[in-house]
Design a protein around this ligand. Structure first.
Ligand SMILES: *Cc1c(COP(=O)(O)O)cnc(C)c1O
Length: 373
């Protein structure tokens, strides 16, 4: 076993495996000067809509804008409440505030760390305009129950699929349950561009047209100088689309390799008592954006791994409602016992399709050693 550092993600290894195609794709964008809009973006939007099984895909600048644009065009605004989960990235909630609505945070399921439908039921009010359901770490939320509750209460469902490209709930791909689903192609995501990029998919023709227009300064589809509303500037650019066109056909294969790595970690770490391993929901396909174990000694263990050259992550160190950004809401850790426990104990291990057997064995043995020490 070598003792070179093990990164948390290795974007270079993936680039080297497809270097010729990537370089050619980027060169063609430059040669054609199709930097904004153009054929690469059009091809990607069509291929991604197909890959998701949806009628429309709107390429946008990043996954955060995708959520904001979807909520805004669903009519979310001041006076509304939008419910989301306490364990997520701040994009899931800051976009709610950006529309003028108030984020309502829910504690999460104990085993799967996603929105808890029982808690959602209790949190629904006449002001609940929408729900942002996150599929955290690549594991689907209990999206059928969440969708039923949204329908009962007349609330829109937006799926935040930034960590869950092509994951499945009971044989159905996530991203097809709500009014719209949003994706991030941040470089480290399961499908990553070489810069910021994102997309929204939907089956609703009218919503698609409004979102497309809003993302392009409110331009009418026929004339870019005819503004039918004020919007924002949020475009997927040509170079990112060209990179994504090379990577998209391989994305499911890369997810399958992540699943193999996850299985291997689960075997290697099965007998480690002080460690709580991630569980997969029955009838779900987890795409393992993040492989997060739990230990009450997280910070100490993380330091020891780092000393051994093993880089780990924490997703995320503070539940959203307890961040300084939400001080105004007056939440306390006791309001979110599971999310607070998770934030104190989560430790994300190196996870990427090119992770080697050797590296995984080293991670496992260092982890065991650290826990024994
Ligand atoms: C990455 C991420 C986003 C935002 O994506 P960006 O492309 O970085 O704006 C939104 N939600 C979740 C859960 C994410 O992990």
């Amino acid at each position: 076993m070598s003792s070179s550092p093990i990164p948390f993600v290795d974007l270079r290894a993936q680039y080297l495996s497809i270097q010729d195609e990537i370089d050619a794709a980027i060169a063609s964008v430059i040669r054609e000067t199709s930097f904004i809009r153009g054929p690469h973006v059009a091809v990607f939007e069509e291929s991604y809509a197909n890959a998701c099984g949806r009628r429309h895909c709107i390429g946008v600048a990043n996954g955060t804008d995708a959520i904001y644009i979807a909520l805004k065009m669903l009519g979310v605004g001041p006076g509304d409440e939008v419910v989301t989960a306490a364990n997520s990235w701040i994009a899931s909630s800051e976009t709610i505030t950006q529309t003028g609505a108030t984020p309502v945070f829910l504690d999460v399921e104990s085993d799967f760390f996603n929105m808890d439908p029982e808690r959602l039921k209790a949190a629904m009010t006449p002001r609940t305009k929408a729900v942002v359901a996150v599929h955290l770490f690549g594991q689907p939320a209990q999206i059928d129950a969440i969708k039923s509750l949204c329908d009962e209460h007349g609330a829109h469902l937006v799926e935040d699929c930034a960590q869950a490209h092509f994951s499945e709930f009971e044989g159905r791909q996530v991203g097809g349950f709500g009014a719209a689903a949003t994706y991030s192609f941040y470089p480290g995501k399961n499908l990553g561009a070489y810069g910021d990029a994102g997309a929204i998919v939907t089956d609703d023709d009218d919503l698609a047209a409004r979102m497309r227009s809003f993302a392009r300064h409110g331009a009418s589809p026929k004339d870019k100088h005819d503004h039918i509303m004020e919007g924002v500037n949020s475009r997927l650019d040509g170079i990112q689309a060209a990179v994504l066109n090379v990577k998209l056909p391989r994305a499911k294969e890369w997810n399958a390799r992540r699943a193999e790595k996850a299985e291997r970690y689960l075997e290697l770490l099965a007998d480690v008592e002080e460690l709580t391993l991630p569980k997969t929901r029955p009838n779900a396909t987890h795409v393992w954006h993040v492989f997060s174990v739990r230990t009450p000694r997280r910070d100490e263990i993380r330091r020891r791994l780092s000393d051994a050259g093993i880089h780990t992550g924490i997703h995320y160190p503070t539940p959203l409602p307890l961040l300084a950004a939400y001080e105004r809401l007056g939440h306390r850790p006791e309001d979110f016992p599971i999310a607070s426990r998770n934030s104190a104990e989560f430790l994300s291990l190196p996870m990427y399709p090119e992770l080697t057997d050797d590296a995984q064995a080293r991670v496992a043995s260092c982890l065991k050693e650290a826990l024994a020490g």
